[in-house]
Design a protein around this ligand. Structure first.
Ligand code: GAR
Length: 202
């Protein structure tokens, strides 16, 4: 059974999809902790499911690296990222760039979901940027986090057509409807060994 920790910053609908999937009999992963950089509303989903939560705020630390060290320690307390069975960290709406020291500790067992077809539109405003560029199509990417911003190896992608006159909020909601099952299936495939993370032996 794959141990997963999920990192969020906001509403946590992707977290909710993972929690719901993990509650199904036969799902090959379980969520052992949910962390955030802020008092995210989505933490309530974890609490309702009886999953431990923690908040590690960057503003409480002198540097991003120091914040990353405390975040890493919180994950390791829950048995993720350490030992022979390190599990997987899933960034599902964490709106922070993880510092290099953190990435080196966890990658490639550190994945992110991003609302665009990477390498197009990296960063915090992917949906807005795709609309502003006049695209007719965008999508979602699940990728391994490396030391760049949304530059790590792509694991899975799905396309979403952009409707004429669509607002950022409407488009993002439609992307999330595709994103949630894609993230769940990617986690399932990693847990079952169907999807081998780059640099790991199949
Ligand atoms: C998701 O669409 C995720 O891809 C995006 O934030 C949303 C979180 O939604 N992440 C980024 O934009 C990271 N650059 P949720 O809180 O409802 O799961």
């Amino acid at each position: 059974m794959l141990k997963i920790a999920v990192l969020i910053s906001g509403g946590g609908s992707n977290l909710k999809a993972l929690l719901d999937a993990a509650a199904e009999p036969g799902f090959p992963a379980r969520i052992v902790a949910v962390g955030s950089d802020t008092q995210a509303t989505g933490l309530a989903y974890a609490q309702a499911a009886g999953v431990p939560t923690f908040v590690v705020r960057p503003s409480d630390y002198g540097s991003r690296e120091e914040w990353g060290q405390v975040l890493a320690a919180a994950l390791q307390e829950h048995g993720v990222g350490t030992g022979p069975d390190p599990g997987l960290v899933v960034s599902a709406g964490l709106m922070r760039i993880l510092p290099a020291g953190f990435v080196r500790l966890f990658s490639p067992r550190l994945i992110n979901t991003h609302p665009a077809l990477l390498p197009l539109f990296p960063g915090a405003h992917a949906v807005r940027d795709a609309l502003a560029a006049g695209e007719t199509e965008t999508g979602v990417t699940v990728h391994v986090i490396d030391e760049g911003v949304d530059t790590g190896p792509v694991l899975r992608q799905a396309r979403v057509a952009i409707l004429p006159g669509e607002t950022e909020a409407d488009l993002h909601e439609r992307i999330k409807q595709i994103e949630r099952p894609l993230l769940v299936e990617t986690v399932r495939e990693i847990a079952e060994g169907i999807l081998v993370l780059p640099g790991e032996l199949g």
